[in-house]
Ligand binder design. Structure first.
Ligand code: ADP
Ligand code: MG
Length: 571
């Protein structure tokens, strides 16, 4: 097939322009991205070979190789992983499929400044393969899919178009050759053909990669500098230690290393908020290394969001997004679980039913919740970030996970009438409860303002009783599951009779009410008759101080918003 020329998508072109102008201050990360892709490709091939005897791919020496040519000013990153078919190249490399990049562009649009994106935005999102164009003015990708006979060559200078041609003699896997920008040649700090530089980058960003990253021992300019007798050793040099971080002892691993692993598996460029380690011994042994990210992905509430952590079995990567390991309300947690006693052929279906996996799932959920609890007391600012980003998801757990309901309530925060800006924890609410107050009061609504203006609030405001202001859609639902906190029930200020105040006050109010009841009996009957289609009952109220009337639900009636929700669900 002849060489075909394609145009990049509009978004891709926009992104490439940014890469060419190097919006990231740290260009070294391009190598991390390429190595990360190669590592994924090797994982995929090993798995495919394991499941398909007929694949016919050689998996005896899976590795990544870096090949620098100082004279030609090129750097090649090569792997003998799964490779890509011609269609895959066009689909995966020519468009922006990668979720991190898509999210980056969406944020960019929202921030309204695509020409000069805010510095804070840059660096939050990975841009994967395209980051090659930070250091290269031309990129060539030569690849052959395992199991196919023909390969594909893709070339672009990142300026709007790329070419694709079919080739006969491509080795299996992928080789990406960067023609390095001339301006970096002079600068030792950015000399990506220097073995010293490559060693440093791999050590910093990719040490934990489980595949060997080798560097060819070609005679280099640097070796000449150092003197002919002192040349590089013959044969390739492996640059990374390949040690799985979760299998190393805690004090041996620096925080930076954990963060790099997080970036590799999450495709996020921001450090995580928390790193969680867990080592379970006994009949079912496993190690877990989990991360709580610092920001929520854009698609967290989109149906089909891929949740779950990576599953390894005895250091062998088995699957991404293993949903059996994490409850849905912790779907933002990233990480790795490495189990000793599972089969390499384990499937998602088997995992869902496996009793040991269910136990692991429970243990991991508890561990994440206890980490959030500790974070709240030890690092309140970090916790505030956590709650802003993930609070809404976490509260979903109040619906299904009865076992952890108390723990979830314990780490939750709510907007409150007590403080305009700071949300409150329930323990603080309880401490502030008035003499004689038995319940935790809340009101749900669309916004803080809507709730504050509700006539239901009047009696509570008048008495200085704190009310939680619940505005997330999920709040409507969990408050209805009749939870308690610290032995206290949640009560809507919009439901049933409110009995505020001391016994004495109540008694006094009672006699007064009886009198009024008689006085207004005629009016109430008349109103009830007029409104018979719309309301169950018309009664005098003690809850209002300013407004003449309000609509109330019975204590066990569904709220209007919930009624709508159920209706929408077809119930
Ligand atoms: P991401 O890694 O986040 O998906 P990238 O831009 O880094 O995004 O890569 C896009 C896609 O191109 C990858 O998901 C993968 O399918 C494919 N790809 C990139 N590099 C390789 C490679 N070395 N081998 C096989 N496929 C690759
Ligand atoms: Mg990538």
């Amino acid at each position: 097939m002849a060489t075909e020329t394609f145009e990049f998508q509009v978004e891709a072109r926009q992104l490439l322009q940014m890469m060419i102008h190097s919006i990231y201050s740290n260009k070294d990360v391009f190598l991390r991205e390429l190595i990360s892709n190669s590592s994924d490709a090797l994982d995929k091939l090993r798995l495919e070979a394991l499941r398909d005897d007929a694949l016919g791919a050689d998996v005896s020496d899976l590795h990544i190789a870096l090949d620098a040519d100082p004279q030609a000013r090129t750097l090649t990153v090569r792997d003998n992983g799964v490779g890509m078919s011609r269609d895959e190249v066009v689909e995966l490399i020519g468009t922006i499929a990668n979720s991190g990049t898509a999210a980056f562009l969406r944020e960019l649009k929202e921030s309204g400044d695509a020409a000069a994106p805010a510095q804070g935005l840059i660096g939050q999102f990975g841009v994967g393969f395209y980051s090659s164009f930070m250091v290269a003015d031309e990129v060539t990708l030569l690849t052959r899919r395992a199991g196919e006979s023909q390969g594909t060559r893709w070339t672009s200078s990142g300026e709007g178009t790329y070419t694709v041609e079919t080739v006969d003699d491509a080795p299996q896997g992928t080789a990406i050759t960067l023609r390095l920008k001339p301006e970096d040649t002079e600068d030792r700090l950015h000399d990506y053909t220097s073995p010293w530089k490559l060693r440093e980058i791999v050590k910093r960003y990719s040490d934990f990669i489980t595949w060997p990253i080798r560097m060819a021992a070609a005679p280099t300019a640097e070796a000449d500098d150092a003197g002919a007798d002192d040349a590089e050793p013959a044969g390739p040099e492996t640059l990374n230690s390949m040690k799985a971080l979760w299998a190393r002892s805690r004090d041996e691993v620096g925080e930076d290393e954990y963060h790099e692993l997080y970036k590799h598996i999450s495709h996020d460029w921001t450090d995580p908020l928390e790193t969680i380690r867990l080592h379970a011994e006994g009949t079912f042994e496993y190690q877990a290394l989990l991360f709580i990210p610092a920001h929520a992905p854009q698609d967290l509430f989109v149906q089909g969001y891929k949740r779950g952590v990576q599953l390894y079995v005895k250091r062998v990567f088995i699957m991404d997004d293993c949903e059996a390991l994490m409850p849905s309300y912790l779907r933002f947690v990233k990480g790795v679980v490495d189990a000793q006693d599972l089969s390499l052929n384990v499937s998602r279906e088997i995992l869902q039913q496996d009793r040991q996996i269910q136990l692991m799932h429970r243990r991991l959920a508890k561990k994440v919740l206890s980490t959030v609890k500790d974070m709240r007391s030890a690092h309140p600012e970090r916790y505030a970030t956590f709650w802003r980003e993930f609070g809404r998801v976490l509260k979903e757990g109040l619906l299904g996970d009865t076992e952890n309901r108390d723990a979830i309530l314990g780490v939750s925060s709510f907007a409150t009438t007590h403080d305009k800006d700071q949300p409150t924890g329930l323990a603080q609410y309880v401490e502030r409860m008035k003499e004689g107050q038995e319940h935790i009061y809340y009101l749900t609504g669309e916004s803080r303002q809507a709730i504050e203006n509700s006539p239901h609030m009047e009696a509570f405001q008048a008495r200085g009783i704190e009310v939680l202001l619940l505005t997330d859609p999920v709040d409507e639902v969990w408050v209805d599951t009749a939870p308690q906190f610290d032995g206290r029930e949640f009560r809507s200020v919009a439901k049933g009779d409110v009995d505020l105040g001391s016994e004495e006050e109540k008694e006094q109010a009672g006699t007064e009410r009886e009198k009024q009841q008689e006085e207004y009996a005629g009016l109430l009957t008349w109103m009830a008759e007029r409104l018979t289609e719309h309301v169950k009952e018309v009664r005098l109220s003690s809850r209002l101080t300013v407004s003449p009337a309000c609509i109330v639900s019975d204590t066990y009636d569904v709220t209007p918003a919930l009624e709508n929700l159920y209706r929408a669900m077809g119930q």
